[in-house]
Design a protein around this ligand. Structure first.
Ligand code: ATP
Ligand code: MG
Length: 404
């Protein structure tokens, strides 16, 4: 598998969900796949690519494509999905390996970062050497391999956080790190979503087509994540603020939930921590964390407001830098590890406490939000509290296409 070749062949998945919401009875829900360069730089394009792009666009609305993408009783859609992934994943992984190779020597030599690099090389070889998938037996084996690889790679975010915390002092170029981590983490998210989507095609989960929840309820997810963060907080402090929800509580629409699991957990954990730290002397009389949901035709916004004392304006930008954290100071002040379990993320690590204080929560959440075509911003009032805004486009929005 040539790296040069693969660089020109990112595939994109466009999720068209409007049909699904219009016609959920028949579950007509299409994943349309088309090849197109993801990061197009005009000077890099050659004529054949331009032609390919044009012809894809010209035939984009053909009903034959809809039929080919629809679910089939003989499970041929699962077979097609595996065949697609078997070509696509090695390409994406090869790009990540190239990213590791381009890291400064001193960074790439860090044992933890090297371990992640090797995980990617191993995955590349396993997937690129996988026999051509021609039938459902082959697909089953391929799915088992994917499951195993997903599991092998589950700690990658934690490992990168650890590794980069160790090499920080050698790095002067902040942009280099941000670019590498933004790309690596979002590409990992994309790969996992594609793999999980494929694996979940086997399941008949109500209201789901693969990883897409066609009746996604922001309220239900926020309640679940708030409950999770609250229980971690109570476990550590014996106390936690309440979370109150308002806005468009009844909104439901199609969305891919896994990245939101991560983003909301990280935002809420920060708010819990800030609130408890700032109001520890208030006993049980802590200000609530207020989460507001706003849903409209083209996008939806989730605002998390806390009264956790905010942070100085000059630190707002820093808070979005990888490895920036104030947790170290807090740990020292409080005799170590106070927040260890509290800031652990179920998405990033199975071991509570591992993610604490790496300063990865906000930058990773923002990179995910950007990857999903949205944004994550923070407004803070020092001495009072912080508002974090997560803004994401709908999958079926006409203006923007959503690509994994
Ligand atoms: N709601 C908030 N109120 C006050 N400060 C905040 C808030 N959210 C984030 N911060 C500040 O921004 C810093 C970076 O946040 P981030 O979530 O990236 O890292 P962390 O919480 O320190 O560690 P990790 O999330 O990796 O466990 C925090 O250490 C904290 O100082
Ligand atoms: Mg955090």
């Amino acid at each position: 598998m040539a790296l040069h070749l693969s660089a020109r062949h990112f595939s994109c998945v466009k999720v068209l969900t409007r049909r699904a919401s219009l016609d959920s009875a028949t579950s007509v829900f299409l994943f349309r796949r088309f090849s197109e360069e993801l990061h197009t730089r005009p000077r890099e394009r050659d004529t054949s690519e331009r032609e390919r792009s044009q012809s894809v666009t010209a035939f984009y609305y053909q009903s034959a494509i809809d039929q080919a993408a629809a679910k089939s009783p003989d499970k041929s859609h699962i077979l097609r999905s595996a065949q697609y992934l078997s070509k696509e994943l090695p390409v994406r992984i090869a790009h990540r390996i190239a990213g590791f190779r381009n890291l400064p020597f001193i960074v790439g030599c860090n044992p933890t970062i090297l371990q992640v690099h090797e995980l990617y090389i191993r995955a590349f070889h396993i997937l690129s050497n996988f026999p051509v998938i021609t039938n459902l037996q082959g697909e089953e084996k391929y799915s088992d391999t994917l499951r195993q690889l997903l599991d092998d790679h589950k700690d990658v975010v934690t490992m990168l956080a650890e590794g980069f915390a160790q090499v920080r002092k050698h790095i002067t170029d902040e942009n280099l790190i941000r670019t590498f981590l933004d790309r690596t983490l979002t590409s990992r998210l994309g790969i996992r979503m594609l793999a999980e989507h494929h694996l979940s095609l086997h399941d008949e989960k109500p209201n789901h087509v693969g990883v897409v929840n066609i009746a996604f309820s922001p309220r239900r997810l926020i309640e679940k994540k708030a409950q999770y963060a609250k229980s971690l907080c109570e476990g550590k402090y014996g106390n936690a603020p309440n979370v109150v929800l308002n806005g468009h509580l009844n909104a439901t629409f199609p969305y891919i939930q896994p990245p939101l699991d991560y983003i909301l957990t990280e935002i809420l954990k920060n708010s819990f921590r800030a609130t408890v730290e700032t109001h520890s002397s208030n006993g049980y009389n802590m200000p609530e964390i207020v989460v507001t949901i706003a849903n409209n035709d083209s996008d939806f916004v989730i605002r998390v407001s806390d009264r956790g004392g905010g942070l100085p304006q000059k630190l707002v930008q820093k808070a979005f830098e990888y490895n920036f954290t104030t947790a170290g100071a807090v740990r020292e002040d409080h005799d170590g590890g106070l927040f260890d379990s509290f800031v652990a993320s179920p998405q990033s690590t199975p071991t509570p406490g591992k993610m604490h204080g790496y300063g990865f929560g906000l930058p990773t959440a923002r990179a995910y939000a950007n990857y999903l075509g949205g944004s994550l911003t923070m407004e803070t009032m020092e001495g009072i509290g912080t508002d974090v805004y997560l803004r994401l486009g709908h999958l079926d929005s006409k203006s923007e296409s959503f690509r994994i």
